[in-house]
Design a protein around this ligand. Structure first.
Ligand code: PLP
Length: 433
Protein backbone atom coordinates (compact mmCIF):
# COMPACT_ATOMS: atom_id res chain seq x y z
CA UNK A 1 0.00 0.00 0.00
CA UNK A 2 1.65 3.19 -1.20
CA UNK A 3 1.06 6.19 1.07
CA UNK A 4 3.78 8.68 0.03
CA UNK A 5 1.47 11.44 -1.15
CA UNK A 6 -0.84 10.89 1.86
CA UNK A 7 2.12 11.34 4.19
CA UNK A 8 3.29 14.43 2.35
CA UNK A 9 -0.16 16.03 2.58
CA UNK A 10 -0.54 15.08 6.23
CA UNK A 11 2.75 16.83 7.09
CA UNK A 12 1.57 19.88 5.14
CA UNK A 13 -1.86 19.76 6.83
CA UNK A 14 -0.30 19.66 10.30
CA UNK A 15 1.33 23.01 9.60
CA UNK A 16 -2.04 24.69 8.97
CA UNK A 17 -4.82 22.55 10.49
CA UNK A 18 -4.78 21.80 14.22
CA UNK A 19 -3.71 18.16 14.40
CA UNK A 20 -3.84 18.03 10.59
CA UNK A 21 -7.61 17.45 10.66
CA UNK A 22 -10.92 19.28 10.96
CA UNK A 23 -12.70 16.83 13.26
CA UNK A 24 -11.12 15.26 16.35
CA UNK A 25 -12.42 11.77 15.52
CA UNK A 26 -10.18 11.69 12.41
CA UNK A 27 -6.97 12.44 14.28
CA UNK A 28 -6.39 8.89 15.53
CA UNK A 29 -6.99 7.15 12.19
CA UNK A 30 -4.32 4.53 11.52
CA UNK A 31 -1.81 4.38 9.92
CA UNK A 32 -2.55 8.11 9.38
CA UNK A 33 -5.58 10.23 8.50
CA UNK A 34 -5.98 9.53 4.79
CA UNK A 35 -6.56 12.14 2.08
CA UNK A 36 -9.17 11.27 -0.51
CA UNK A 37 -9.28 12.53 -4.04
CA UNK A 38 -12.75 11.34 -4.99
CA UNK A 39 -15.58 8.99 -4.20
CA UNK A 40 -17.78 7.16 -6.65
CA UNK A 41 -20.49 4.71 -5.71
CA UNK A 42 -19.21 2.30 -3.10
CA UNK A 43 -15.59 3.29 -3.76
CA UNK A 44 -13.17 5.89 -2.44
CA UNK A 45 -9.86 6.80 -4.09
CA UNK A 46 -7.05 8.35 -2.07
CA UNK A 47 -4.31 10.70 -3.27
CA UNK A 48 -1.89 7.78 -3.77
CA UNK A 49 -4.35 6.09 -6.12
CA UNK A 50 -5.41 3.44 -3.58
CA UNK A 51 -8.97 2.26 -4.13
CA UNK A 52 -11.21 1.24 -1.22
CA UNK A 53 -14.65 -0.30 -0.88
CA UNK A 54 -15.97 2.15 1.69
CA UNK A 55 -18.04 1.09 4.72
CA UNK A 56 -17.35 4.35 6.57
CA UNK A 57 -19.38 6.36 4.04
CA UNK A 58 -18.71 9.63 5.83
CA UNK A 59 -19.58 8.01 9.24
CA UNK A 60 -23.04 7.13 7.95
CA UNK A 61 -24.48 9.88 5.76
CA UNK A 62 -23.61 8.60 2.26
CA UNK A 63 -26.47 6.10 2.23
CA UNK A 64 -26.58 6.26 -1.60
CA UNK A 65 -22.82 5.90 -1.88
CA UNK A 66 -20.46 8.61 -3.12
CA UNK A 67 -21.43 11.18 -5.77
CA UNK A 68 -24.91 9.82 -6.54
CA UNK A 69 -26.01 11.44 -9.78
CA UNK A 70 -29.64 12.02 -8.81
CA UNK A 71 -28.61 13.86 -5.66
CA UNK A 72 -25.97 16.01 -7.33
CA UNK A 73 -28.43 16.94 -10.10
CA UNK A 74 -31.15 17.86 -7.60
CA UNK A 75 -28.74 20.10 -5.65
CA UNK A 76 -27.26 21.69 -8.79
CA UNK A 77 -30.72 22.45 -10.21
CA UNK A 78 -32.01 23.96 -6.98
CA UNK A 79 -28.95 26.06 -6.23
CA UNK A 80 -29.31 27.89 -9.55
CA UNK A 81 -32.24 29.64 -7.88
CA UNK A 82 -30.19 30.77 -4.88
CA UNK A 83 -28.28 29.27 -1.96
CA UNK A 84 -29.34 30.78 1.31
CA UNK A 85 -32.04 33.41 1.60
CA UNK A 86 -32.14 34.15 5.31
CA UNK A 87 -35.83 33.64 4.66
CA UNK A 88 -38.36 30.94 3.84
CA UNK A 89 -38.77 28.91 0.67
CA UNK A 90 -41.25 26.32 -0.51
CA UNK A 91 -38.73 23.50 -0.61
CA UNK A 92 -38.31 23.47 3.17
CA UNK A 93 -42.07 23.21 3.62
CA UNK A 94 -42.21 20.31 1.15
CA UNK A 95 -39.42 18.46 2.97
CA UNK A 96 -41.09 19.04 6.34
CA UNK A 97 -44.41 17.76 4.95
CA UNK A 98 -42.66 14.62 3.68
CA UNK A 99 -41.00 14.06 7.05
CA UNK A 100 -44.34 14.47 8.80
CA UNK A 101 -45.71 11.63 6.68
CA UNK A 102 -42.71 9.40 7.37
CA UNK A 103 -41.99 9.93 11.09
CA UNK A 104 -44.88 9.35 13.49
CA UNK A 105 -43.70 11.75 16.21
CA UNK A 106 -42.84 14.61 13.82
CA UNK A 107 -45.78 16.91 14.51
CA UNK A 108 -43.54 19.96 14.16
CA UNK A 109 -40.03 20.26 12.74
CA UNK A 110 -36.99 22.53 12.72
CA UNK A 111 -33.95 22.08 10.49
CA UNK A 112 -30.30 22.57 11.41
CA UNK A 113 -26.86 21.75 10.01
CA UNK A 114 -25.30 19.29 12.46
CA UNK A 115 -26.44 16.63 14.88
CA UNK A 116 -24.76 18.32 17.85
CA UNK A 117 -26.74 21.51 17.49
CA UNK A 118 -30.17 19.87 17.26
CA UNK A 119 -29.34 17.77 20.34
CA UNK A 120 -28.58 21.07 22.06
CA UNK A 121 -31.91 22.47 20.88
CA UNK A 122 -33.77 19.36 22.09
CA UNK A 123 -32.33 19.68 25.60
CA UNK A 124 -33.12 23.38 25.69
CA UNK A 125 -36.73 22.73 24.69
CA UNK A 126 -37.06 19.99 27.30
CA UNK A 127 -35.83 22.36 30.00
CA UNK A 128 -38.07 25.18 28.81
CA UNK A 129 -41.06 22.83 28.75
CA UNK A 130 -40.51 21.21 32.16
CA UNK A 131 -38.83 24.05 34.04
CA UNK A 132 -36.28 21.49 35.31
CA UNK A 133 -32.50 21.46 34.90
CA UNK A 134 -31.09 17.92 34.86
CA UNK A 135 -31.11 15.30 32.13
CA UNK A 136 -30.23 11.63 31.93
CA UNK A 137 -27.86 10.22 29.33
CA UNK A 138 -26.40 6.74 29.01
CA UNK A 139 -22.86 5.43 29.17
CA UNK A 140 -21.30 4.91 25.74
CA UNK A 141 -23.92 6.98 23.91
CA UNK A 142 -22.57 9.87 21.85
CA UNK A 143 -24.74 12.91 21.23
CA UNK A 144 -22.19 15.30 19.75
CA UNK A 145 -19.28 17.30 21.00
CA UNK A 146 -20.97 20.13 22.95
CA UNK A 147 -20.32 20.70 26.65
CA UNK A 148 -23.64 19.48 28.05
CA UNK A 149 -23.59 16.00 26.48
CA UNK A 150 -19.92 15.10 26.08
CA UNK A 151 -19.89 12.92 29.18
CA UNK A 152 -19.08 9.22 29.49
CA UNK A 153 -19.10 8.62 25.75
CA UNK A 154 -16.09 6.32 26.02
CA UNK A 155 -14.87 6.38 29.64
CA UNK A 156 -12.10 4.09 30.85
CA UNK A 157 -13.29 1.46 33.32
CA UNK A 158 -11.02 3.02 35.97
CA UNK A 159 -12.82 6.38 35.63
CA UNK A 160 -16.33 5.07 34.99
CA UNK A 161 -17.38 4.57 38.62
CA UNK A 162 -20.04 2.27 40.03
CA UNK A 163 -22.21 0.33 37.58
CA UNK A 164 -25.51 1.66 38.89
CA UNK A 165 -24.30 5.22 39.59
CA UNK A 166 -21.59 5.98 37.03
CA UNK A 167 -19.38 9.03 37.22
CA UNK A 168 -20.05 11.67 34.57
CA UNK A 169 -16.65 11.49 32.87
CA UNK A 170 -15.95 14.55 30.69
CA UNK A 171 -14.77 13.83 27.15
CA UNK A 172 -12.71 16.98 26.77
CA UNK A 173 -10.63 19.47 28.66
CA UNK A 174 -12.33 22.82 28.93
CA UNK A 175 -15.93 21.67 29.30
CA UNK A 176 -18.02 24.06 31.35
CA UNK A 177 -17.66 22.93 34.99
CA UNK A 178 -21.35 23.67 35.55
CA UNK A 179 -22.44 21.15 32.91
CA UNK A 180 -21.31 18.17 35.02
CA UNK A 181 -23.91 18.98 37.67
CA UNK A 182 -26.73 18.82 35.14
CA UNK A 183 -26.08 15.40 33.66
CA UNK A 184 -26.95 12.07 35.26
CA UNK A 185 -25.15 9.19 33.56
CA UNK A 186 -26.68 5.70 33.73
CA UNK A 187 -25.98 2.28 32.26
CA UNK A 188 -28.18 1.58 29.22
CA UNK A 189 -30.57 -1.34 28.86
CA UNK A 190 -31.19 -1.61 32.62
CA UNK A 191 -34.69 -0.49 33.51
CA UNK A 192 -34.27 -1.17 37.24
CA UNK A 193 -31.40 1.32 37.54
CA UNK A 194 -33.41 3.91 35.62
CA UNK A 195 -36.47 3.35 37.80
CA UNK A 196 -34.45 3.60 41.03
CA UNK A 197 -32.72 6.78 39.85
CA UNK A 198 -36.04 8.41 39.00
CA UNK A 199 -37.46 7.38 42.38
CA UNK A 200 -34.66 9.49 43.87
CA UNK A 201 -34.56 12.49 41.55
CA UNK A 202 -37.32 12.12 38.92
CA UNK A 203 -38.80 15.54 39.70
CA UNK A 204 -35.50 17.28 38.84
CA UNK A 205 -35.13 15.59 35.45
CA UNK A 206 -36.17 17.52 32.32
CA UNK A 207 -35.20 14.90 29.73
CA UNK A 208 -33.93 11.43 29.07
CA UNK A 209 -31.85 11.32 25.90
CA UNK A 210 -31.00 7.97 24.33
CA UNK A 211 -29.89 6.45 21.08
CA UNK A 212 -32.88 4.12 20.51
CA UNK A 213 -30.41 1.56 19.18
CA UNK A 214 -26.95 2.07 20.59
CA UNK A 215 -24.76 2.59 17.55
CA UNK A 216 -21.84 4.53 19.00
CA UNK A 217 -20.58 1.69 21.18
CA UNK A 218 -21.06 -1.54 19.30
CA UNK A 219 -24.53 -1.89 17.74
CA UNK A 220 -26.87 -2.84 20.54
CA UNK A 221 -30.60 -3.41 20.38
CA UNK A 222 -32.73 -2.36 23.34
CA UNK A 223 -33.85 -5.26 25.53
CA UNK A 224 -37.45 -6.33 25.00
CA UNK A 225 -39.69 -3.79 26.70
CA UNK A 226 -36.83 -1.45 27.74
CA UNK A 227 -37.78 1.56 25.63
CA UNK A 228 -41.50 0.96 26.27
CA UNK A 229 -40.83 1.08 30.02
CA UNK A 230 -38.64 4.17 29.58
CA UNK A 231 -41.57 5.78 27.76
CA UNK A 232 -43.91 4.93 30.66
CA UNK A 233 -41.47 6.29 33.25
CA UNK A 234 -41.15 9.54 31.31
CA UNK A 235 -44.94 9.88 31.29
CA UNK A 236 -45.11 9.08 34.98
CA UNK A 237 -42.49 11.70 35.95
CA UNK A 238 -43.35 14.35 33.35
CA UNK A 239 -39.97 13.92 31.63
CA UNK A 240 -39.36 14.67 27.93
CA UNK A 241 -38.16 11.55 26.10
CA UNK A 242 -35.61 12.36 23.38
CA UNK A 243 -34.52 9.77 20.83
CA UNK A 244 -31.24 10.69 19.20
CA UNK A 245 -31.71 9.22 15.73
CA UNK A 246 -28.73 10.94 14.13
CA UNK A 247 -27.45 7.52 13.01
CA UNK A 248 -30.60 5.40 12.98
CA UNK A 249 -32.96 7.95 11.39
CA UNK A 250 -33.83 7.12 7.77
CA UNK A 251 -31.12 4.44 7.82
CA UNK A 252 -33.01 1.65 9.56
CA UNK A 253 -36.51 2.46 8.34
CA UNK A 254 -38.40 5.37 6.72
CA UNK A 255 -39.76 6.25 10.17
CA UNK A 256 -36.42 5.77 11.95
CA UNK A 257 -35.75 3.40 14.84
CA UNK A 258 -38.90 4.73 16.52
CA UNK A 259 -40.93 3.43 13.57
CA UNK A 260 -39.10 0.12 13.58
CA UNK A 261 -39.43 -0.41 17.34
CA UNK A 262 -42.87 1.13 17.79
CA UNK A 263 -41.96 3.51 20.63
CA UNK A 264 -42.78 7.19 20.23
CA UNK A 265 -40.50 9.82 21.78
CA UNK A 266 -41.52 13.41 22.55
CA UNK A 267 -38.59 14.85 20.61
CA UNK A 268 -36.10 13.31 18.23
CA UNK A 269 -33.01 14.37 16.37
CA UNK A 270 -32.07 13.28 12.86
CA UNK A 271 -29.15 14.02 10.53
CA UNK A 272 -26.70 11.84 8.58
CA UNK A 273 -28.72 9.62 6.20
CA UNK A 274 -31.39 12.26 5.67
CA UNK A 275 -29.62 14.11 2.85
CA UNK A 276 -27.14 11.56 1.47
CA UNK A 277 -24.03 13.43 2.66
CA UNK A 278 -25.17 17.05 2.58
CA UNK A 279 -24.94 18.73 5.99
CA UNK A 280 -28.45 18.59 7.39
CA UNK A 281 -29.96 17.95 10.78
CA UNK A 282 -33.49 18.05 12.10
CA UNK A 283 -35.32 18.35 15.39
CA UNK A 284 -38.79 16.87 15.29
CA UNK A 285 -41.38 16.31 17.95
CA UNK A 286 -44.71 16.68 19.55
CA UNK A 287 -46.52 19.97 19.05
CA UNK A 288 -46.86 20.47 22.78
CA UNK A 289 -43.10 20.53 23.34
CA UNK A 290 -42.07 22.07 20.00
CA UNK A 291 -44.69 24.73 20.72
CA UNK A 292 -42.04 26.49 22.86
CA UNK A 293 -40.60 27.61 19.54
CA UNK A 294 -43.94 28.68 18.09
CA UNK A 295 -44.56 30.87 21.09
CA UNK A 296 -41.03 32.21 20.98
CA UNK A 297 -40.36 31.32 24.63
CA UNK A 298 -37.42 29.13 23.58
CA UNK A 299 -34.77 30.16 21.06
CA UNK A 300 -33.36 28.15 18.18
CA UNK A 301 -31.62 29.67 15.14
CA UNK A 302 -28.92 29.16 12.52
CA UNK A 303 -27.75 31.10 9.48
CA UNK A 304 -27.52 28.00 7.31
CA UNK A 305 -30.68 26.26 8.54
CA UNK A 306 -32.80 24.95 5.65
CA UNK A 307 -30.52 26.37 2.97
CA UNK A 308 -31.47 25.55 -0.60
CA UNK A 309 -28.76 22.95 -1.21
CA UNK A 310 -29.49 20.74 1.79
CA UNK A 311 -33.23 20.98 1.36
CA UNK A 312 -32.90 19.89 -2.28
CA UNK A 313 -30.66 17.03 -1.16
CA UNK A 314 -33.13 16.02 1.55
CA UNK A 315 -36.08 16.10 -0.82
CA UNK A 316 -34.29 13.92 -3.38
CA UNK A 317 -33.03 11.55 -0.66
CA UNK A 318 -36.39 11.07 1.03
CA UNK A 319 -38.03 10.46 -2.34
CA UNK A 320 -35.44 7.82 -3.20
CA UNK A 321 -35.83 6.17 0.22
CA UNK A 322 -39.58 5.82 -0.13
CA UNK A 323 -39.95 4.91 -3.83
CA UNK A 324 -40.29 1.38 -5.28
CA UNK A 325 -41.97 0.10 -2.14
CA UNK A 326 -38.84 0.50 0.00
CA UNK A 327 -36.36 -1.06 -2.47
CA UNK A 328 -33.46 0.81 -0.86
CA UNK A 329 -34.21 -0.70 2.55
CA UNK A 330 -34.56 -4.20 1.11
CA UNK A 331 -31.12 -3.76 -0.43
CA UNK A 332 -29.55 -2.36 2.76
CA UNK A 333 -30.90 -5.18 4.93
CA UNK A 334 -30.09 -7.97 2.45
CA UNK A 335 -26.58 -6.70 1.73
CA UNK A 336 -25.85 -6.09 5.40
CA UNK A 337 -27.10 -9.54 6.32
CA UNK A 338 -24.89 -11.22 3.71
CA UNK A 339 -21.92 -9.29 5.04
CA UNK A 340 -22.69 -10.10 8.67
CA UNK A 341 -23.15 -13.81 7.91
CA UNK A 342 -20.01 -13.85 5.76
CA UNK A 343 -17.87 -12.20 8.44
CA UNK A 344 -19.12 -14.66 11.08
CA UNK A 345 -18.44 -17.60 8.77
CA UNK A 346 -14.96 -16.34 7.89
CA UNK A 347 -14.08 -15.84 11.56
CA UNK A 348 -15.27 -19.39 12.35
CA UNK A 349 -13.04 -20.74 9.59
CA UNK A 350 -10.06 -19.06 11.26
CA UNK A 351 -11.17 -20.16 14.74
CA UNK A 352 -11.55 -16.54 15.83
CA UNK A 353 -14.34 -15.47 18.15
CA UNK A 354 -16.00 -12.67 16.24
CA UNK A 355 -19.22 -11.14 17.44
CA UNK A 356 -21.14 -9.47 14.64
CA UNK A 357 -24.32 -7.87 15.86
CA UNK A 358 -26.76 -5.24 14.73
CA UNK A 359 -29.02 -4.60 11.80
CA UNK A 360 -28.18 -4.89 8.10
CA UNK A 361 -27.89 -1.16 7.32
CA UNK A 362 -25.55 -0.69 10.30
CA UNK A 363 -23.83 -3.34 12.37
CA UNK A 364 -20.76 -3.82 14.52
CA UNK A 365 -18.01 -6.38 14.33
CA UNK A 366 -15.82 -7.11 17.35
CA UNK A 367 -13.52 -9.88 18.45
CA UNK A 368 -15.12 -11.15 21.62
CA UNK A 369 -15.84 -14.35 23.55
CA UNK A 370 -19.23 -12.96 24.59
CA UNK A 371 -22.35 -14.33 22.93
CA UNK A 372 -24.03 -10.93 23.16
CA UNK A 373 -23.07 -7.39 24.12
CA UNK A 374 -25.84 -5.45 25.83
CA UNK A 375 -24.29 -2.25 27.16
CA UNK A 376 -21.16 -0.10 27.18
CA UNK A 377 -19.33 -2.01 29.91
CA UNK A 378 -19.87 -5.41 28.36
CA UNK A 379 -18.65 -3.90 25.09
CA UNK A 380 -15.44 -2.57 26.67
CA UNK A 381 -14.76 -5.53 28.91
CA UNK A 382 -15.39 -8.32 26.44
CA UNK A 383 -13.94 -7.03 23.17
CA UNK A 384 -10.39 -7.33 21.96
CA UNK A 385 -9.79 -3.96 20.34
CA UNK A 386 -6.14 -4.56 19.59
CA UNK A 387 -7.01 -7.53 17.35
CA UNK A 388 -9.76 -5.52 15.66
CA UNK A 389 -7.26 -2.70 14.98
CA UNK A 390 -4.96 -5.20 13.24
CA UNK A 391 -7.90 -6.65 11.31
CA UNK A 392 -8.97 -3.16 10.23
CA UNK A 393 -5.43 -2.41 9.03
CA UNK A 394 -5.35 -5.70 7.10
CA UNK A 395 -8.64 -4.75 5.44
CA UNK A 396 -7.36 -1.31 4.51
CA UNK A 397 -4.26 -2.83 2.91
CA UNK A 398 -6.60 -5.05 0.87
CA UNK A 399 -8.76 -2.16 -0.31
CA UNK A 400 -11.61 -2.19 2.21
CA UNK A 401 -12.18 0.77 4.52
CA UNK A 402 -14.04 0.22 7.79
CA UNK A 403 -14.33 2.40 10.90
CA UNK A 404 -11.87 1.88 13.71
CA UNK A 405 -14.62 1.36 16.28
CA UNK A 406 -16.05 -1.65 14.47
CA UNK A 407 -19.18 -0.03 13.05
CA UNK A 408 -19.97 -0.88 9.43
CA UNK A 409 -22.31 1.30 7.39
CA UNK A 410 -23.92 -0.23 4.31
CA UNK A 411 -25.09 1.86 1.36
CA UNK A 412 -27.67 1.43 -1.38
CA UNK A 413 -24.87 0.93 -3.93
CA UNK A 414 -22.79 -1.77 -2.25
CA UNK A 415 -23.10 -4.65 -4.69
CA UNK A 416 -22.89 -8.41 -4.36
CA UNK A 417 -19.45 -8.17 -6.00
CA UNK A 418 -18.37 -5.64 -3.34
CA UNK A 419 -19.49 -8.01 -0.61
CA UNK A 420 -17.67 -10.93 -2.22
CA UNK A 421 -14.47 -8.88 -2.53
CA UNK A 422 -14.87 -7.70 1.08
CA UNK A 423 -15.18 -11.25 2.34
CA UNK A 424 -12.11 -12.36 0.40
CA UNK A 425 -10.22 -9.46 2.03
CA UNK A 426 -11.59 -10.47 5.44
CA UNK A 427 -10.44 -14.05 4.88
CA UNK A 428 -6.91 -12.91 4.09
CA UNK A 429 -6.83 -10.30 6.88
CA UNK A 430 -7.97 -12.88 9.44
CA UNK A 431 -5.31 -15.32 8.21
CA UNK A 432 -2.77 -12.68 9.28
CA UNK A 433 -4.19 -12.51 12.82
N1 PLP B 1 -25.87 12.00 17.90
C1 PLP B 1 -25.41 10.83 17.46
C2 PLP B 1 -26.14 9.58 17.82
C3 PLP B 1 -24.27 10.77 16.67
O1 PLP B 1 -23.80 9.57 16.27
C4 PLP B 1 -23.61 11.98 16.33
C5 PLP B 1 -22.41 11.95 15.49
O2 PLP B 1 -21.90 10.94 15.11
C6 PLP B 1 -24.13 13.18 16.81
C7 PLP B 1 -25.25 13.18 17.58
C8 PLP B 1 -23.46 14.48 16.47
O3 PLP B 1 -23.71 14.82 15.14
P1 PLP B 1 -22.72 15.82 14.37
O4 PLP B 1 -21.41 15.13 14.23
O5 PLP B 1 -23.41 16.05 13.05
O6 PLP B 1 -22.65 17.06 15.18
Amino acid sequence: MKLDRNRELYERAKRVLAGGVSSQVRISEQPLPLFFERGEGSRLYDVDGNEYIDYVIGQGPAIFGHSPRFLLDAVADATRQGQTFGGQHELEVRVAETVQEMVASAELIRFGSSGSEVVHAALRLARAYTGRGKFIKFEGHYHGWLDSVLYSTAPSMEAAGAYDAPEAVPGSAGQSPGSAGEVVVLPWNDIDVLRATLDGQGKEVAAIITEPIMCNSNCIAPRTGYLEEMRKLCDQWGIVLIFDEVITGFRLAPGGAQGLLGVTPDLSTFAKAMAGGFPISMLAGKREVMGQLEEGTAMHAGTYNSNVMVMAAAEASLRRLTEDGGAVYRHLYATGQTLMDGLRETARKHELNALVQGYGPVFCMAFSDASEITDYRSHVESTDRETYARFRQGMLERGVRVTDRGTWFVSAVHTEADVEQTLVAADEAMEGL
